[in-house]
Structures are given as C-alpha cells and as structure tokens.
Ligand binder design. Structure first.
Ligand code: SF4
Length: 339
C-alpha cells in the first residue's frame, strides 16, 4: 500500500471503511498530519495504540527532512527538503508584515527544460505526492513560527504535469480540515499546459492561475521554454479566453525581464497584443542570474517602459520585488549547491 501522504481525506475515509475502521479515525489522522504537523503515528495520542501500530506498518508515514536552510538579509528563507527516497526539492518562505507566502514545489526536478532555470537544467526525477507538497508548507509554517497565508505552486516542477496530486494537495491546503488557506490566496503557475488549464477552469474554488509567458513572440518563447513550443501562443491565447469565460477569474502572467532577449519594443508590442481581450495582471520579474547562464537582467529603464506601456493599454503591470537574492534565489540554485 502507498504511503499515507498519497491520500486525500475522502480516499483515506474510504480506505478506513474498507478496512472496517471507523471513519472518524481517518479524520483524526488527517488532522494530526495536516493541522498539527505530526511526523509519526506515535504522536497521534488520541488513536488506540494498536491502530497506530497497524497504520505505521500498512500506511507508512515518512517525514521529510530539511537538509539545507538559508536565511536572507530580507527575512526570506530557502529550504532544501529531502524525502526518504533520497530525492530532494526546494521551497521558499517569503515573509512580509501582513503575510507569509510560501513558494512550494510540485515535482522533484522538472522536465520543462526552461533555458533560464537551474531546475530546468537538472531534469525531471519524480512527481511529488499531495502530502509531500503540504509538508513543505508545514515546514515553513513551523520554522517561521507564524501562519502561512499565501501560496504559490511555483517551485520545482510543472504543476499541470502532476495534476491529480496537485489537485489533492490544494484541497488539503484549502479545506477546513486541513490548513484552511483561502483559495483566492493560492496560485498555481504553469508554463501553459493546455490540458491542465482546461481542467483547472472547471475547479469550483477561486484558485488563481498564473502562466509563465516570458515572451509573446513565438520564436523567443520557444528558445526560453522549448518544451511548450508545441503549445503555440495563438492557441494558448484561445485556451486562456475559454478559461476566463468559464472561471471568470483573472489570470496572472509571469514575465522574466531578460536583457536583449525579451525586453525590446517588439516583445513589448507582442505582450500588449497578447493581453488584449484578457482580464490579466502582468507580473514582471527581475531575473536572478544563475551560474554559467548567458542571460542577464533587463535594465531598470526597460522594466519601467514595460510597466508604463502595459498600464497605458489598460493592463495592470507590476514589478515583483526581488527577494532572497543573496541566498541563491533562483529556482533550483540552492538545491544544486547543497547536493
Ligand atoms: S521555470 Fe519552472 S517549469 Fe521551467 S524548468 Fe524551471 S521549474 Fe520547470
């Protein structure tokens, strides 16, 4: 049987039912795991001892370990988290006065091979289980000593290539029996995987969709994000229009500002055109340089120009504050250094 972190609450309830165990026990276990952050069945003191022993044998609970943790001068903390199979991933906790945002990973490594990304260079290892995603959030919450208020699935991995597990994790994170984080404060970021966007449109919760665009010129985007070259921009635009028609939710576009790559006037024209007809917000992101990368951050002047022009055309655009730059801030960098 799989380890316990693979199950949603409903599935756990069914499993307990099949075993002739009372349903409320499933709920108790779930609350221990996701509300109290229990790392072993022995901690679940309101469960009979023999049930704890059976569960430990049949549904292993294998806690992850933090094998590296770095604290930035701005308070951002970055973690390398290792699972019991020896694989590891990254998570970042970004505190501010009124919120604690956690950027968590959905896979170990990533198959998308984005050319600007350290994780993309690492390749794909495996999908994370729902409980392994939630565990990252619990680790951050415990270490920061305050409640996580905002989440972004924007660490290692393409969430929509692990859709079912991500969906289960979102339920745990959002539900009252789990972490009870408002759906509106949970963002899932994709490279633009059509099938995932179409499924996500049907989800009843008000989760936010973010799409990594990085260029609205096909050739440039193909260079930056080669694995979505088969999901062309014109069709992506159509899929997003359909998404919006169904979900009525605003989309965020992530746009890394890279000097002499996607920061010229031609790219700006294409971006303005792409946003036309969509209710969206463009998040311009300063590039975190990674070792041996030819990519350099765009100038402040170019970023200002993008913001001015986008806002002038009626699209909200902001520059994301760069956080944790002194602690290997780009995705995959710290893990590569640690391992
Ligand atoms: S940017 Fe995201 S999707 Fe692209 S390779 Fe890196 S982790 Fe994967």
């Amino acid at each position: 049987m799989a380890e316990i972190k693979a199950y949603s609450l409903d599935e756990l309830g069914q499993l307990f039912k099949d075993k002739g165990l009372p349903q409320f026990r499933a709920k108790q276990v779930y609350q221990w795991l996701y509300q109290k952050g229990a790392c072993s069945y022995d901690e679940m003191t309101n469960l009979p001892k023999n049930l704890r022993a059976t569960l430990a044998e049949e549904l292993p609970l294998l806690p992850a370990a933090v094998i590296d943790r770095q604290v930035s001068s701005d308070g951002t903390r970055k973690y390398v988290i290792q699972f019991t199979d020896g694989t590891a991933t990254e998570m970042v906790a970004i505190p501010s006065q009124d919120r604690l945002t956690v950027c968590f990973s959905t896979q170990v490594g990533c198959a998308m091979a984005c050319s600007f990304c350290a994780t993309g260079h690492e390749g794909f290892t495996r999908n994370l289980l729902p409980g392994e995603m939630v565990e990252q959030v619990l680790i951050a919450q415990h270490d920061m000593g305050r409640r996580v208020t905002n989440l972004v699935a924007m660490g290692q991995g393409e969430p929509f290539l692990n859709y079912d597990n991500v969906r289960k994790a979102l339920t745990i994170l959002n539900s009252e029996q789990g972490l009870n984080i408002a759906a509106r404060k949970i963002t899932v970021s994709t490279c633009g995987v059509f099938a995932g966007i179409q499924k996500f449109a049907q989800e009843p919760e008000q989760f936010t969709l973010a799409v990594s665009l990085h260029s609205a010129i096909q050739k440039t985007r193909d260079e930056l994000m080669p694995k979505v070259a088969n999901q062309p921009l014109a069709e992506l635009h159509e899929v997003l229009c359909q998404y919006q028609a169904i979900s009525k939710r605003r989309i965020t576009f992530e746009y890394l500002m890279i000097s002499n790559m996607n920061d010229d006037e031609r790219n700006l024209d294409a971006l303005v055109d792409f946003c036309d007809g969509l209710s969206c917000h463009v998040n311009l992101i300063p590039l975190n340089e990674i070792d041996d990368s030819p990519f350099k951050p765009a100038s402040h002047h170019r970023v200002e120009r993008f913001i001015e022009r986008l806002q002038g055309s009626g699209t909200e655009a902001t520059l994301r504050q760069s956080r944790g730059g002194d602690i290997a801030g780009a995705c995959g960098q710290l893990k590569n250094k640690t391992l």
